[in-house]
Write a protein that binds this ligand. Structure first.
Ligand SMILES: NC(=O)c1ccc[n+]([C@@H]2O[C@H](COP(=O)([O-])OP(=O)(O)OC[C@H]3O[C@@H](n4cnc5c(N)ncnc54)[C@H](O)[C@@H]3O)[C@@H](O)[C@H]2O)c1
Length: 435
């Protein structure tokens, strides 16, 4: 393919060299002439291991050139790879000015080119609303619907500076969010021979994946540092602790606990997090992220309570225990939700298949009596009855498809689903927690 790489910074320079090495014909474009001149001479505009040799070879073999003339570079191109910067605005937002300008330039070129279809792949990190605006710019400036003579793909970049060439050939994944089938087809020809799990999704999802990644990486660094700080306070080697932590691929370095769902609770997480925060105060080792975790958990419960509404609906709660398959209600966020609801005078009915007040014992029983003294009056073992008596139903346990099939719903009932029950997705007033 003929690929035009717009922006010759860290992402663009690596893309130019490595795509040319894969056999494509590449033209690099930048508004900064010194960068263009360096590429033309086969020199790297950035310090990046292995890149200088790759660029020199690509230029020598005639597969890589560079220019400041965007329009000329885009003539006959199959693909425009947008790699311009997306710095922060003064309030921290995405400054999309360079992206908008580049999309206008691309649209101008498309209007005057030979009529060949051009796929615009945006590698610059930007939020979904920015991608939508860029799609609008392309449509407005070309006067055509996307997919006609120009298409748009959100194609986030995952390389790490310092290991960028290695990451190009060994990406952790490849994600394409294309608006049209012609662009999607061209995407399949972009990385011949490179093996990575590849995802074709919507542009919005592709955009958010990149932010989820970077937020997670930031959280991982901070988590390691906060645990390290606590270890240092106890005169323990933080690396020795985290080496074992990282060796656990079942619960720690794994998808466990990472799918959006309701707040955490139970007899361990809140208690042990409190202990760590208490120790951090004693050791004068502040842990803003972990203490923020407690606050964030409260926000989860409060935001679900807000969604129930202020018109004093009758509330049905499906599942009170902190997770399904147990009768442990200690520090269950559902108990907090019920406390909030009853405190505001909402009538509440609860169905929990494993919960019988007479069967509760020990700390679980004390917690139940302390938090919801009238629990016995709210609990029912009749799922259909609880739902019949409710205007809003908050679902915290999945139950079985057969159990849901036995329920008679009314069209006016609202469902707030905290656990993603597929059997409920088609109900008229269904509201998934984060889906
Ligand atoms: N640097 C990284 O490690 C990395 C990794 C993944 C994703 N990203 C994302 O990729 C994007 C690019 O990052 P970068 O570090 O390569 O940026 P950079 O600032 O190093 O380079 C951007 C280049 O775009 C050029 N440019 C601006 N407007 C232009 C235009 N109209 N036409 C042609 N060129 C133009 C600039 O002159 C500059 O050389 C950003 O959105 C960034 O968040 C960066």
């Amino acid at each position: 393919m003929k690929i035009c790489v717009l922006g010759l910074g860290y992402v663009g320079a690596v893309s130019c060299g490595c795509l040319a090495a894969l056999g494509h014909t590449v033209v690099g474009v930048d508004i900064a002439k010194p960068k263009v001149d360096r590429i033309k001479r086969g020199e790297s505009p950035i310090i990046e291991e292995g890149l200088a040799e790759i660029l020199r070879k690509a230029v020598d073999e005639g597969r890589l050139s560079a220019t400041t003339d965007t329009n000329a570079a885009l003539q006959d191109a199959d693909m425009a790879l947008v790699c311009v910067g997306t710095p922060s605005t003064p309030t921290g937002g995405v400054n999309s000015i360079y992206l908008e300008r580049v999309c206008e330039q691309i649209a101008d070129a498309v209007k005057t080119n030979t009529g060949k279809f051009l796929a615009v792949l945006n590698r610059s990190t930007s939020l979904p609303h920015v991608h939508r605006k860029l799609q609008e710019i392309l449509e407005q400036h070309t006067g055509e619907k996307l997919g006609t003579n120009v298409g748009y793909v959100c194609h986030p970049e995952f390389l790490r500076e310092g290991a960028a060439v290695y990451d190009f050939y060994n990406p952790p994944k490849i994600v394409y969010g294309a608006t049209d089938p012609k662009s999607e087809e061209l995407c399949t020809q972009l990385y011949p021979g490179i093996e990575a799990e590849t995802f074709f999704v919507s542009p919005d999802i592709a955009a958010m994946v990149k932010y989820a990644d970077n937020c997670f990486h930031a959280v991982k660094v901070t988590f390691g540092n906060e645990i390290g700080m606590l270890c240092k306070g106890f005169d323990i080697d933080g690396h020795a602790v985290m080496d074992i932590f990282c060796a656990d691929h079942k619960l720690n370095i794994s998808p466990k606990y990472l799918k959006p769902g309701f707040a955490f609770g139970g007899s361990c997480l809140p208690k042990d997090l409190r202990a760590v925060l208490d120790a951090s105060r004693d050791l004068a080792a502040p842990m803003p992220m972990l203490s923020g975790t407690m606050k964030s958990n409260v926000v989860q419960v409060e935001s679900v309570f807000k969604r129930i509404g202020s018109d004093r609906p009758k509330l049905g709660v499906i599942g009170l225990a902190f997770k399904e398959g147990t009768d442990d209600i200690r520090e269950s966020p559902m108990v907090t939700l019920v406390e909030l609801a009853t405190g505001k005078g909402l009538p509440v009915h609860i169905y929990d298949q494993h919960l019988a007040v007479q069967a509760l014992v020990g700390a679980n029983k004390s917690f139940a009596l302390q938090s919801i003294p009238h629990l016995a009056n709210l609990l029912s073992d009749d799922l259909d009855g609880v739902i019949k008596d409710s205007d809003v139903i908050v679902v915290a346990h999945r139950l079985t498809p057969e159990a849901w099939a036995s329920v008679q719903w009314r069209d006016d009932q609202r469902i707030i689903d905290l656990v993603n029950v597929e059997a409920l997705h088609n109900q008229p007033n269904y509201d998934g927690l984060y889906w």
